[in-house]
Design a protein around this ligand. Structure first.
Ligand code: GLU
Ligand code: MG
Length: 448
């Protein structure tokens, strides 16, 4: 049996076991949302698994509010063409929080049958291929924070109880349902805890290969939102929903496997040579990566001193004030670097693609690591460069950068044009860099 036939047989058995009636063919769009079509299960296994489904390519140029800013590749003149979603059956899961439904991730192909250049999965696949061509297999985990809110978007709590096991038993009921739903969908849950904001929570999930991790991240957000609604509540991944409270981040942990073993394992405190070059690449491209981690006017507002979001380009060991935090214990297969600048609304496929491109570049160019930073890097940034702290700065960090070229000229031009439209709109409505106003909340809180 071929791998594909085996995947299909396995998935069919799983759907039968769980009485699945409907399969969702899902593709992550440019804003990190799941889009696609629902297909009756019999039809999926008869034809759709091979033939795929069509969807308008507009999904790759929507802004966060589902509007269609001007785009040079996809517009009224091109007629908003269909692109084909080709199911990747090995990604198939079933849902336990919505019994009867399953999901399969799809690759988007253009009318010539080529990977769609604007599809986030295509952008990430190219960077995974690049790493693998060098014998490096990236292992990735994302770490997401979010606020649990009432239906009118007020936090469910008015006080902060970081990591309390005593507080908020009522919230635990919802959190248990979230953890159970994530596990049901094949996402390895490690733990959950209350974060440092009223009603702010975090659920940690295990590492996986880069594409699975990115797929899991969009699925995570979708499931957390759905379970919140099932409990009469709402969840938001807006990076800075409330001016005076903590932002919500998407930390990204990466390591590299060589011959199925963590190649950072012999780092002890100091990163080993390969890890040092990987981190040097992340630092080299940090300004451009800020854009991938903060693509609207709201995300950069999270990047402020003493918020635990990094403001400067530092690396360190276990230090939550730096951009690149290393977890390095001699001989540990869990050694990795945590990249801490992205907001929870970042598109995980694009952000991870950027991180892989940056790290691989550090290795290819033998970049060397600046001295390690210790202590309070907010109070003592030394001569480290500051990260962009508004959208205009983030755009400037990406536009014309070598990272933009590495991720693809068409993709980068399109993604920048969406952000430029966002910036123009925001300038008219929410110009204060340190305030999150009602216009901004109305635009992002539900959609992020
Ligand atoms: N909430 C912080 C952020 O926006 C991160 C806190 C933490 O270290 O977990 O990045
Ligand atoms: Mg956290």
């Amino acid at each position: 049996m071929t791998d594909l036939a085996a995947s299909l047989a396995n998935y069919q058995a799983l759907t039968e076991l769980h009485d699945v009636h409907t399969v969702e063919i899902a593709v992550p769009d440019t804003q990190g949302h799941l889009r696609g079509k629902r297909v009756p299960v019999a039809r999926f296994f008869e034809t759709t698994h091979k033939a795929g489904v069509n969807v308008a390519d507009a999904i790759f140029v929507f802004d966060m509010a589902n509007d269609l800013p001007d785009n040079e590749f996809i517009n009224m003149d091109t007629g908003y063409l269909d692109c084909r979603l080709v199911p990747q059956v090995a990604t198939g899961r079933v849902f336990t929080h919505r019994p009867g439904y399953g999901i399969v991730f799809a690759d988007a192909v253009d009318p010539e049958g080529q990977p769609h250049p604007l599809a986030p999965r295509s952008v990430l696949a190219a960077q995974i291929d690049r790493c693998r061509a060098a014998g490096l297999d990236p292992v990735v985990a994302t770490e997401l924070e979010f606020y649990l809110c009432t239906p009118d978007w007020q936090p469910v709590q008015s006080h902060i109880q970081y990591s309390s096991l005593t507080d908020a038993v009522a919230i635990e009921e919802v959190l248990l349902a979230m953890r159970t739903a994530l596990l049901g969908a094949g996402i390895e849950v490690e733990s959950s805890n209350a974060e440092y904001g009223p009603g702010q929570l975090e659920i940690n999930t295990g590492p996986a290969d880069a594409m699975t991790s990115a797929d899991n991240t969009v699925l995570f957000k979708s499931i957390v939102k759905q379970v919140a609604v099932q409990h009469g509540l709402r969840a938001t991944f807006m990076p800075k929903p409330f001016t005076d409270q903590s932002g919500s981040g998407m930390h990204v942990h990466t390591s590299l496997n060589v011959d199925n073993k963590n190649a950072f394992a012999d780092s002890a405190g100091e990163p080993n040579e390969l890890m040092a070059k990987w981190i040097a690449g992340l630092l080299e491209h940090a300004a451009a990566l800020t854009f991938l981690g903060a693509p609207t006017i709201n995300g950069p507002k999270r990047i402020r001193p003493y918020t635990f979001a990094p403001t400067h380009i530092h690396w360190g060991l276990d230090n939550r004030t730096v951009l690149a935090r290393c977890i390095t214990e001699k001989g540990s297969s869990a050694n990795r670097v945590e990249f801490r600048s992205a907001g929870a609304d970042a598109n995980p496929h694009l952000l991870i693609a950027g991180i892989l491109a940056a790290g691989a570049d550090g290795i290819e160019r033998n970049l060397s690591l600046p001295p390690m930073s210790t202590g309070d890097t907010y109070g003592n940034p030394g001569d480290a460069a500051a990260l962009p702290s508004d959208l205009a700065g983030a755009i400037a960090g990406y536009a014309g950068s070598s990272l933009a070229l590495l991720l693809g000229d068409k993709f980068s031009r399109s993604y920048l044009s969406i952000a430029q439209a966002e910036l123009a709109l925001a300038d008219d409505n929410s110009a204060d860099p340190d305030d999150v106003n009602d216009w901004e909340r109305a635009r992002y809180i539900e959609h992020c």
